[in-house]
Design a protein around this ligand. Structure first.
Ligand code: MN
Length: 543
């Protein structure tokens, strides 16, 4: 519905409603859906079926920049002979308009929510130069609803206010052409957004509402985003650009520079890796990689002149960066510390990162909405000069056994340099101190089995060339190289997820896969790290 469309045709005020009704009648029975984002802002209404302590329907009308709200225990009805009790509750932020998902137990309104109906409302008042907010204040609001389920003329009337200020109202449907005798909301239980029921949403929610956060950040996505792959046409266009130019990719216009500069010297007889190769890889790997970066601050390990020159950590997003890049200001930044970070939450942003000369992509292990609480605990198996590859594999296997024994799921990946990391996804909750202590206890137990292989000294030179089981990375703003990120070394090796059983593959090496070989592996094996994005587990207490 275009915003410029007339709200109603003067000659036949109900023509639009009739058209709409015929349309929805054919769709309503099974999973009718409404494109809420295309509803005109300013006059929307929503009814959410909310199973909190008690089941109720939240009837919300957009007015005065908020959602004026009533809780209707039995739900609205199209039956004109029935009056429903409604309780005026606090206004909700507009961001809540299309929320469907779960509110954590213990929080206000804890339970599950579906968008039971949505559409627009016409409140008569504006035409008469009156304000619907005043009408609510006066205790009587007339409206016409144009939703998927609710249509026609409705009235909200205040009946009483108790000593505590609790307002009792009635919601009723006036006699009009949309009346359906005996119509019961509970017989129309599906969401108009997803077609799902409350039970289905509760079993596999897409979103979580965190009422302790600002409204704009309160809806937390529980599923990793999915992205379309870069198209062949886009890749051909990249090859046609000279040393520099603009690349239209993933719907963005990214300025590319020095495309033919060698960034990675060759390994063996391979060809060197140019910036064009890196940019191409960034576009190809982005759909798999961006889910690991999204909602996290990114630290970029930059080598603008390539491997072999001095690189540096770049954290502050430069002010000249394109405005479409997502930025995050660290609220805990000390004076002089990096304030504004890049958040890579779309594939084009990773292309920008590659062009910026960042050869390694390291994201925080916490999300921007909760920077002090990690979503992964991790073990970094850091070999010393004397550590052999079989010894490192032995340390990895011992950790695998320890995690199995503890009933904890963990996933290994090659660092692309010399080491192996093990990521343990955790349900957001424990602090970094807690995950660090937990990992330290596991690793010290493992290390005690093979004391001849492990040093607990902080200083590299005091380690006598032994391996370190590094739990100290479990801290805020410590960054671990992202899966599939290149490493600044000859041949452009990448940090490649592996299956545990691959530890027994005699061909395995920590830098085995490169930006030239990992895409085929990803095609063949899928993303072996994907469960890390969706697994939510609690770390068991250690005794
Ligand atoms: Mn509610």
């Amino acid at each position: 519905m275009p915003r410029t469309a007339p709200r109603r045709a003067a000659s036949d005020p109900l023509a639009r409603y009739r058209d709409k009704r015929d349309f929805t009648r054919t769709r309503e029975p099974a999973g009718a859906t409404v494109a809420v984002e295309s509803l005109p802002a300013g006059s929307r209404f929503v009814v959410q079926r909310h199973r909190a302590r008690r089941l109720h329907y939240d009837f919300r009308l957009e007015m005065g920049g908020v959602l004026a709200s009533w809780a209707v225990p039995k739900g609205p009805t199209l039956d004109a002979s029935v009056r429903r009790a409604a309780f005026h509750v606090e206004d909700h932020p507009l961001e809540y308009y299309d929320f469907e998902g779960v509110i954590p137990a213990g929080e206000y309104g804890g339970g599950d929510v579906i968008v039971w109906d949505a559409g627009t409302w016409d409140h008569y008042y504006q035409r008469e130069g009156r304000d619907p907010v005043d009408a609510v204040g006066h205790g009587e609001l007339h409206m016409e609803l144009d939703g998927q389920k609710l249509k026609g003329k409705f009235v909200l009337v205040r009946t009483s206010v108790d000593d505590a200020g609790k307002e009792s109202w009635l919601l009723l449907h006036k006699k009009d052409e949309f009346v359906v005798a005996g119509w019961d909301a509970e017989e129309h239980p599906r969401s108009v957004l997803s077609g799902r029921t409350n039970d289905e949403v509760k079993a596999d929610p897409d979103r979580l509402w965190r009422s302790d956060l600002p409204a704009a950040e309160a809806a937390i996505a529980l599923h990793p985003p999915t992205f379309e792959p870069v198209s062949r046409a886009e890749l051909r266009a990249l090859d046609r650009i000279g040393a520099a130019g603009r690349w239209e990719v993933f719907g963005r216009d990214v300025r590319l520079t020095n495309l033919d500069k060698v960034l990675f010297p060759p390994r063996g007889r391979e060809k060197p890796v140019t910036k064009r190769d890196l940019v191409r890889y960034a576009a190809q790997i982005a759909p798999a990689l961006v889910p690991y970066l999204t909602r996290r601050a990114l630290n970029m390990n930059r080598f603008p002149n390539g491997v072999g020159t001095k690189g540096f950590w770049h954290k502050e997003l430069p002010s000249h960066a394109p405005s479409w890049l997502t930025r995050w200001d660290n609220p805990n930044a000390d004076p002089g510390e990096t304030l504004t970070y890049l958040v890579v939450d779309e594939p084009a942003a990773l292309v920008w990162v590659a062009n910026y000369g960042a050869l390694e992509w390291h994201a925080w292990t916490s999300r921007v909405e909760d920077p002090n609480r990690p979503t992964y605990a991790l073990v970094d198996l850091d070999p010393g000069e004397r550590t052999t590859w079989p010894e490192l594999l032995a340390l990895a296997r011992l950790h695998r056994t320890a995690f199995e024994h503890l009933g904890v799921e963990a996933w290994p990946k090659l660092t692309g340099r010399r080491g192996i990391q093990i990521w343990v996804p955790v349900e957001t909750g424990p602090s970094f101190d807690e995950t660090r202590e937990w990992v330290e206890r596991v690793s010290r137990t493992v290390g005690a089995v093979v004391p001849e292989l492990v040093s607990w000294k902080w200083q590299v030179r005091e380690r006598s060339g032994l391996a370190r089981l590094d739990y100290s990375q479990n801290a805020v703003n410590k960054t671990l190289v992202a899966p599939y990120s290149p490493r600044a070394a000859a041949g452009a090796p990448v940090s490649a997820p592996i299956e545990w059983d691959e530890l027994d593959d005699p061909r395995l090496r920590p830098d085995r896969y490169t930006i030239r070989t990992i895409l085929r592996r990803l095609d063949e094996r899928g993303d072996l790290f994907a469960p890390v994005l969706t697994t939510r587990q609690r770390l068991p207490p250690l005794h």
